[in-house]
Design a protein around this ligand. Structure first.
Ligand code: EPZ
Length: 452
């Protein structure tokens, strides 16, 4: 953390105005990796300027992919014509900075016959193991050697299609399987796959490249390997996590925010909860230009309609459930709801630590080891504090806060904006990992915040 990595936030002002979200971080970074599989350039639009994109760009460039900015703002051109091995010391510069490098395994094995993956980073929200990834890669025929500096992989007999069942519908492991199976020899059947919209969008990207992928019902995905893939041109789905974060900010500060680019279809579960809490929203669908009449950008306006917010019970889950990444920002708004709200976090075992900071600002949140949701989850018997009861409404007051991870970081920011008084939020640079230009957006919404 640098001296300048601090935001002074003068809270108590409702956020009002409009901001825009671009392509989903959790699709864009994977689509960039997919470009490595092609034998022709790929073009990706609406790429946000965030740190995770920079990390993946750096890793791809180290492996010989030429990445350049296209003519349109946010357009990236990725040319994999000269893919080559990278020096492991150079790769290790990216160690600890993101979870994405693990997804390079399959594509690098296909292109080069070997891969080196540094130690992973990403948010500290639990142990975040990679056992499903390694198990799947081994079943494709990869030889995986774990060493002190990272993971070395080879595929002496090539990669071949296989039948797999994930112990849990992991997003990353599903992407690992997709990125490996598309060019493996034969057919792969993946059971208990994750089917998040970002995964379906990655399947669209791969299909544009020439892949054959069938999404069956009941979380079954079938991939028929093909010998070569080309490039793609793709406009990603919008970032539904960022959109929900601003929605929560509108509710917690008693404001009114129009999120340009946000789409209803992938946010339906969030919208239901938002309405149940007492928030209001209005969806405007995107309309392409037609017969001389101009088109219209899609957007969702989120606002606090006045009156009291209502407590809710919610459980995070894999899609189509309530996303774990929506949880932290929304909990800040729940501190303002009358009654007892219950949050059962079933995706990550340690994603409630940030509630301590909210309590230091006057919130009343108790965390429990028990499963307080309708369904017992895999953490209930394992001693993890993964359920929270939020008693409200509580008047939040200013505090000094240290940002622990990306989404919790944004929730700290929302809390500081909603609180009376001046807070200092340390480690805000972490928010750049997933929120493009968040300081400019805050200013556009009338927030009073400045560096240091
Ligand atoms: C992706 O992480 C996202 N990250 C996360 O967003 C998101 O919270 C998560 O999916 C769930 O939606 C990216 O897309 C870069 P998982 P991922 O594999 O793929 C366990 C954000 O802030 N698991 O679906 O790493 C794991 O520990 C980030 O944008 C294993 O046990 O998540 C977790 O409990 C944070 N073994 C659960 O599965 C494995 O090998 C779900 O993780 C892999 C996962």
């Amino acid at each position: 953390m640098t001296v300048n990595d601090v935001l002074t936030v003068h809270g108590g002002t409702p956020l009002h105005g409009r901001i825009r979200v671009r392509g989903a971080k959790n699709l864009v970074s994977k689509a960039m990796v997919a470009a490595l599989l092609g034998d022709a350039p790929s073009r990706l639009y609406d790429v946000p300027r965030i740190r995770d994109v920079e990390v993946v760009r750096g890793l791809l460039e180290l492996h010989g992919v030429r990445v350049s900015d296209g003519a349109e703002d946010g357009e990236l051109v990725l040319d994999p014509a000269n893919v080559a091995s990278a020096n492991s010391d150079e790769i290790n510069v990216h160690a600890g900075s993101s979870r994405i490098p693990i997804l390079l395994c399959g594509p690098l094995l296909h292109r080069l016959g070997h891969a080196f993956i540094p130690d992973l980073g990403g948010c500290h929200i639990g142990p975040r193991p990679i056992d499903f990834h390694i198990q799947a890669l081994r079943e494709f025929g990869a030889v995986v050697d774990k060493a002190a500096d990272g993971m070395h992989l080879t595929a002496p007999n090539g990669l071949h299609g296989t039948k797999l069942e994930l112990p849990y519908p992991s997003v990353g492991a599903t992407e690992q399987v997709l990125l490996t199976a598309v060019m493996a020899n034969g057919v792969t059947e993946l059971r208990n796959a994750a089917v998040e919209p970002e995964i379906i969008d990655l399947i669209c990207v791969l299909q544009k490249m020439g892949a054959i992928i069938k999404v069956h019902t009941d979380r079954v995905i079938e991939i028929q390997g093909v010998p070569r893939l080309g490039g793609y041109t793709h406009r990603p789905i919008p970032d539904r996590i960022e959109a929900a974060s601003w929605a929560a900010a509108a509710l917690a500060t008693g404001g009114d925010i129009e999120v340009l680019g946000a789409e209803q279809v992938d946010m339906m579960t969030f919208l239901n909860v938002f309405r149940s809490v007492g928030g209001a929203y209005e969806v405007t669908d995107m309309r392409p230009p037609r017969n001389g009449s101009p088109g219209q950008e899609g957007k969702i306006r989120f606002w606090h309609p006045g009156g009291e917010l209502k407590a809710v019970a919610l459980e995070t889950d894999v899609h189509p459930g309530f996303m774990t990444d929506w949880q932290q920002p929304l909990v800040v708004a729940l501190t303002q709801a009358r009654g007892l709200s219950i949050v059962h976090e079933t995706v990550y075992e340690q994603r409630l630590g940030y509630t301590e900071a909210l309590n230091s600002m006057g919130a009343t949140i108790q965390v429990y080891r028990d499963c307080l949701g309708g369904t017992p989850c895999r953490f209930g018997r394992r001693d993890f504090k993964h359920s929270a009861v939020i008693a409200g409404p509580s008047k939040l007051h200013a505090a000094d806060l240290v940002i622990p991870d990306l989404r919790a970081g944004f929730s700290h920011l929302i809390a500081a904006l909603a609180a009376e008084g001046t807070s200092r939020v340390y480690g805000v640079d972490l928010i750049n990992r997933g929120y493009e230009d968040f300081e400019a957006k805050l200013a556009a919404l009338g927030a009073h915040a400045e560096r240091a």
